[in-house]
Design a binder for this molecule. Structure first.
Ligand code: GMT
Length: 381
C-alpha cells in the first residue's frame, strides 16, 4: 500500500505511535509518506520505503495565527495526487482529521477518492477535543472519516460519550518494539547515578498539568523517608519550573534529577526500579508500556485506559487520581522487598509482551484493507 501518515512530529505519544507505525509498515513493504511540519523525532532512519513531506506555512502580516490547517490541507491534496496514495492515516484529531477530510473533499472534485483513517489518541477527545472551540469540528471529522480507531476501549467509550458518533470505532492498542525497549545492562550509568545502591524511581512525560507530576514528587517524598532512593524525571514542558520549585520546597532537589528530553529513554528505564504515572487522564499510557517492557512495575492512577495496561497487584498498582498516600504506600511495599519487586518486574515485562509491535501492526494493516474494501468502486483512483 502507498500510505500517507499525518502526525505531530514532537515527543508526544501520538507522534511516537504514528512514527513507529510508519517505520514498521515500511519494513513490511509498504510505501509510507510522513506529512508534517518538522521531521518526526522518532524518524531516525530512512529506507527506500519512507518519505517525508514537510508542510510549510507561508506567513503574511495579516496572520496573527498562521493557518497551519489550510497549509496542511493543500499539502495533502498535492501529496495524495502526486504520490498516488491509497489512504491517509491521521493521528490526533486536531487539526489533522479535519484537514484530511477537507483534502478528501477537494480531491473528490477531481474524481480522486482518498480514504481517511483517523486514530484518536487521548486529549483530542478527553480534554482539548471536547472544548466547545474544537468540539463540533472534531465530531464532524470523526463521523466523516472512512475509518476511526482509538488506542484503548476507555478512549472509545469516552469518544462515544463526549460526541454524537454515528460510526464504528475500532480499538487498536498502542504497541512496543521489544527489541528497542528491553532491559539492557547499563551498570556504569546505574553506578554513576545511584553510587550507594539507591532505588531509582522514574517518570517520563511532556510535563503538562494532566500528568500530575507534582503527585509524583509527593509520592517520592514519602518513599525517600523510608527507602534510600532517587527520582529521575525525563522530558520537559510547561510544568517544569513548578516542579523544580516544589522539589526545592520539599527539600528534595538533591535527590531528583531532571534529565530533560531524551532520545534513548530505554537506556534510562533499564537502570530504574519503579515507574510513576499519576496522570489525571491517560487514554493508554504509552510511557508506562515502555517502562514495563524494560521490566519496571508501575504505580499509576486508575484513569482512562491505564487499567487496560497496568494490572493492579500484578504489574504494579492502580490508585485513585490524587491519592498520593496510597501511591506512596504501594511504592514502598514494592521497593522494600527484593523478591516481591523482582516478581512484579517479571510480570510487567510479560504484560508488555502482549503489546508487541509485531502483533499490533498487522491489526492496522487488516483495518486498512477493510476500509479500502468498503470504498466506492466508481471513483477509486
Ligand atoms: O500525553 C502525551 O504524552 C501525549 C498524548 C498525545 O496526544 O500525543 O498522548 C496520548 O496518546 C498516547 C499515544 O496513543 C497515549 O499513550 C497517551 O496515554 C495519551 N495521553 C493522554 O491521554 C493524556
Amino acid at each position: 500500500m502507498n500510505i500517507g501518515i499525518v502526525c505531530y512530529p514532537t515527543y508526544g505519544g501520538s507522534g511516537v505511535v504514528a512514527t513507529e507505525l510508519g517505520k514498521a509498515l515500511a519494513l513490511r513493504g509498504h510505501k509510507v509518506h510522513f506529512i508534517t511540519y518538522k521531521q518526526p523525532a522518532r524518524l531516525d532512519f530512512f529506507t527506500g520505503n519512507t518519505f517525508y513531506h514537510e508542510v510549510y506555512v507561508s506567513n503574511y502580516p495579516l496572520f496573527d495565527f498562521p493557518p497551519y490547517e489550510t497549509a496542511l490541507t493543500s499539502h495533502l491534496v498535492d501529496v495524495v495526487k502526486f504520490e498516488k496514495l491509497d489512504l491517509l492515516h491521521v493521528h490526533y484529531a486536531i487539526p489533522h482529521a479535519s484537514a484530511a477530510i477537507l483534502a478528501k473533499n477537494i480531491l473528490a472534485l477531481d474524481g480522486i477518492n482518498i480514504p481517511v483513517i483517523t486514530t484518536l489518541h487521548g486529549t483530542d477527545i478527553t480534554l482539548v477535543g471536547k472544548d466547545p472551540s474544537f468540539g463540533p469540528v472534531v465530531c464532524y471529522s470523526i463521523n466523516m472519516s472512512d475509518g476511526v480507531t482509538t488506542v484503548s476501549q476507555s478512549l472509545k467509550d469516552d469518544t462515544i460519550s463526549n460526541f454524537k458518533v454515528s460510526r464504528h470505532i475500532e480499538v487498536i492498542p498502542n504497541f512496543i518494539d521489544l527489541e528497542r525497549f528491553s532491559k539492557k545492562d547499563h551498570d556504569h550509568f546505574k553506578k554513576a547515578i545511584a553510587p550507594n545502591g539507591e532505588k531509582l524511581l522514574v517518570h517520563t512525560s511532556n510535563f503538562r498539568k494532566v500528568k500530575r507530576i507534582d503527585d509524583a514528587i509527593k509520592v517520592f517524598a514519602e518513599v525517600y523517608k523510608k527507602i534510600p532512593s532517587k527520582l529521575l524525571l525525563v522530558g520537559d514542558g510547561p510544568e517544569r519550573l513548578n516542579i523544580e520549585m516544589l522539589c526545592r520546597e520539599l527539600d528534595l532537589y538533591h535527590a531528583v534529577t531532571f534529565l530533560g528530553k531524551q532520545n534513548q529513554v530505554q537506556e534510562i528505564l533499564s537502570v530504574c526500579d519503579l515507574f510513576l504515572m499519576p496522570s489525571e487522564t491517560e487514554s493508554f499510557g504509552l510511557a508506562a508500556l515502555e517502562a514495563m517492557a524494560c521490566e519496571l512495575p508501575v504505580i499509576s492512577s486508575n484513569a482512562g485506559g491505564i487499567p487496560e495496561l497496568n494490572v493492579d497487584g500484578e504489574t504494579g498498582f492502580l490508585c485513585n487520581v490524587g491519592d498520593v498516600a496510597t501511591m506512596a504506600e504501594k511504592a514502598i511495599y514494592l521497593l522494600e522487598d527484593e523478591i516481591r519487586l523482582a516478581q512484579f518486574k517479571e510480570n510487567a515485562k510479560k504484560r508488555a509482551e502482549l503489546f508487541d509491535i509485531n502483533q499490533i501492526v498487522p491489526l492496522y494493516e487488516k483495518f486498512y484493507e477493510k476500509v479500502l474494501a468498503n470504498q466506492p468502486k466508481a471513483i477509486s483512483q
